[in-house]
Ligand binder design. Structure first.
Ligand code: D41
Length: 690
């Protein structure tokens, strides 16, 4: 019996790790999350019941074990060296490195170029992974290079790190060195969640990674998602070393160890410079922070010839990019007014060069965030700019605060009225944002509303961008979206930076946008809490704008995914006379869309009928059948009762079919269902406008 359990546990582990590898290393998920969770829970239960089945490479270790009192010290089998850093700009860093290498190797200008391996310098924490017989037995931080800390439990929670190497006859010892780090999207997601919960946010991904690995409670570490890339080796026993660094990374990749794809073999200094520049140009688009690139002499035999000075190899150098965090001072705190009137505090900063650009503003998100970070005018702060996200204030340096202390900043005190339109500013209970109550009277809201209206997913008016909208609103040419359709070629051609040709293109784009869909139109109106998906659902359900306008909150709640807040926003929007006027003017200007009779009407042949699907149908998927039934006004329920009108039964229909027979409910097969639907001549429910 216990051998059955053993076999099952082994099979589960293998399957879970296969999915894990596909998801975290290859970035190609193989099964739905729910299915993965099911396998995982089965294994957990099995190991809990039969503790003798647990193994050191079981994926159940990834959720984190018991909290520690302290991290045990680990003496590295082979010291972890550090890497020489060049802060020189542009080509000179690579040039100086290549010159040194060539000199040390005794090469002159007639000798061929040296082959290098170029890679990224990840901004995280250096880690040594020790595999014995292919199983991860220990993970340690670099520490001072001689001695680090045993962080095995926390490292096990990093899904990208294999707990077992993918090889049939693993070596006695293989130590893999690399960097544990946090991706920017994981960092942003984690912080957004923390902010929502009113909890502390991480300062930057690097601190996030370090904090996660230094966390004594592995369960908490497991909640901060980390990634890992390998860049070197430590002790090796029983493994034939490839001849070059690049071949070694390829080999590690074969073993299932994550290695960054952004790496290149470069012949001579010229190609190093190209690599450096290529990566610099794409730095913001990478999914993680890097602080530079690394060049290494590719051949291991040459690396050995070059050796190292003190603790830095002569065969490697890191070439740094401009820092993504800098100190500067807060000159003032302004607010920006968004489309829905939310006032976003923005710090005006003494200009500072961060992450390759000069930054003069940084977002402060909202009042809670200002309070948490305690940012005040005059403070010295750390600004961060990484990726294409808006620059952010990471922290204020309280020790450098001027005396007497400047007062705390409070949005409502500083901005009792909207700085743009003078309307009252309020902060509604339970909302993070303070809001201007001016609505479309407020030019700031008008500009944003207009940009939203013209957006690609709304009315899609190409060429109606930022600068143009500013001018149109500021010159009083456009007060509401309806005014866009009254703009003449002459008016547009008279604007700044507007050539005759682009004015003509814009007029044409405005004209084209008149033929739209109901879904786009609803979305374009910019009703609060009505995003693109909700707009589509509303269009499909009501089929016509007048029906939407006439809908009560109760009517609206019948629409898929519409809850009380969305329903209320919609009713409030159409209760506002000036909103109705805008809608009416837009229609008069010629904005049109195909209307349908929608789905809320009980006109279809299945109107008011409840159907139950069971078994698998020969041609229709479950979803397709459901869609057809709903389009004909019917409802699909999960279980059979006396209220069921039809049971649609396919192959291998089970207890539901039996129940239907027992209750005398009408039974259809797929053909029966389809002929019933086909007999419905009035079936106009399929929306036309998608
Ligand atoms: O990405 C990195 N942070 C990185 C760090 C890298 N790509 N290569 C590295 N190579 C080395 C040597 C040359 C010593 C094998 C390193 C580091 N060292 C390193 N990181 C922290 C200390 C040393």
């Amino acid at each position: 019996m216990s051998s059955d359990f053993l076999a099952r546990a082994t099979a589960l582990r293998r399957e879970i790790e296969r999915h894990n590898y596909a998801y975290y290393v290859l970035d190609q998920p193989t099964i739905p999350d729910a299915e993965y969770d099911r396998l995982f829970r089965e294994l957990q239960a099995l190991e809990a019941k039969h503790p003798e089945l647990a193994t050191p490479d079981s994926p159940t270790r990834r959720v984190g074990g018991k909290p520690l009192d302290a991290f045990p010290k680990v003496r590295h089998a082979i010291p972890m060296l550090s890497i020489r850093t060049e802060t020189d700009t542009e080509a000179s860093g690579a040039q100086a490195f290549d010159a040194r290498v060539r000199k040390e190797l005794g090469l002159d200008e007639h000798d061929p170029p040296v082959e290098y391996a170029a890679e990224l310098k990840f901004d995280g924490l250096a880690i040594n992974l020790r595999y014995e017989q292919g199983v991860l037995v220990q993970a340690a931080t670099r520490g001072d290079g001689e001695t680090g800390e045993d962080v095995t439990q926390n490292i096990c929670t990093v899904h990208a790190i294999p707990l077992r190497l993918r090889m049939d006859s693993p070596p006695a010892v293989l130590e893999v060195r690399g960097e544990a780090f946090m991706r920017r999207d994981d960092f942003e997601r984690y912080n957004a969640k923390q902010r929502e919960a009113g909890k502390d946010t991480l300062v930057n991904p690097r601190n996030g990674a370090a904090g996660s690995i230094r966390q004594l409670d592995p369960k908490l570490a497991a909640q901060r998602p980390l990634s890992f890339f390998a860049y070197g080796l430590g002790e090796v026993q029983g493994w034939t070393l490839p001849p070059t660094h690049s071949a070694m990374l390829d080999a590690l990749e074969e073993l299932g160890v994550p290695v960054c794809a952004e790496r290149r073999v470069c012949l001579g200094v010229g190609e190093l410079v190209t690599f450096h520049d290529d990566i610099a140009a794409r730095r913001d688009q990478l999914p993680f922070d890097i602080d530079g690139v690394v060049y290494k002499v590719n051949r291991f035999d040459l690396q050995r010839t070059l050796g190292f000075v003190t603790r830095e190899p002569r065969w490697a150098v890191a070439h740094k990019y401009p820092a993504q965090e800098q100190l500067t001072t807060v000159l003032g705190i302004d607010v920006q007014v968004g489309r829905t009137g939310a006032l976003t505090p923005v710090a005006r900063l003494a200009p500072v060069f961060v992450g390759g650009v000069t930054v003069t503003n940084a977002t402060l998100h909202n009042q809670d965030e200002i309070d948490r970070k305690d940012v005040r005018v005059g403070d010295t702060v750390i600004v961060r700019r990484a990726g294409d996200v808006i620059p952010e204030i990471v922290a204020t340096v309280v020790e450098r605060r001027l005396l007497p202390e400047p007062p705390r900043f409070n949005i409502l005190h500083s901005y009792p009225v909207c700085p743009v339109c003078g309307s009252h500013v309020v902060r509604i209970e339970g909302e993070a944002a303070a809001r201007c109550t001016g609505g479309l009277y407020c030019p700031a809201q008008r500009k944003q509303a207009l940009l939203h209206f013209a957006g690609r997913r709304a009315m899609d008016i190409e060429g109606l961008g930022d600068k143009l909208v500013d001018q149109l609103v500021e010159r009083g040419l456009v007060h509401s979206p309806a005014d866009v359709y009254g703009l003449s070629l002459d008016t547009l051609a008279g604007l700044e930076r507007m050539a005759e040709k682009s004015a003509a293109n814009l007029v044409a784009a405005i004209e084209t946008s008149k033929a739209t869909t109901l879904a786009r139109f609803i979305f374009a109106l910019g009703i609060r809490n009505v995003g693109e998906a909700t707009a589509k659902d509303l269009a499909q359900y009501f089929g016509s704008l007048d029906k939407l306008i006439a809908a009560t909150e109760t009517d609206l709640l019948a629409v898929r995914d519409v809850g009380p807040i969305v329903a209320q926003s919609i009713v409030q929007f159409f209760a506002e006379p000036h909103n109705l006027e805008v809608v009416s003017r837009l229609r008069k200007a010629g904005v049109h869309w195909p209307e349908t009779s929608g789905m809320q009407q009980s006109a279809g042949i299945l109107a008011g009928k409840t159907l139950v699907l069971t078994g698998s149908l020969p041609t229709l998927t479950r979803d397709a059948a459901k869609e057809k039934i709903e389009a004909a006004g019917g409802k699909v329920a999960g279980s059979v009762s006396k209220k069921t009108d039809y049971v649609v039964a396919g192959e291998e229909a089970g207890s539901k079919l039996a129940k239907a027979q027992e209750l005398g409910v009408a039974i259809l097969d797929e053909a029966g269902l389809l002929s019933l639907l086909a007999s419905d001549n009035n079936n106009t429910q399929q929306p036309l406008d998608f």
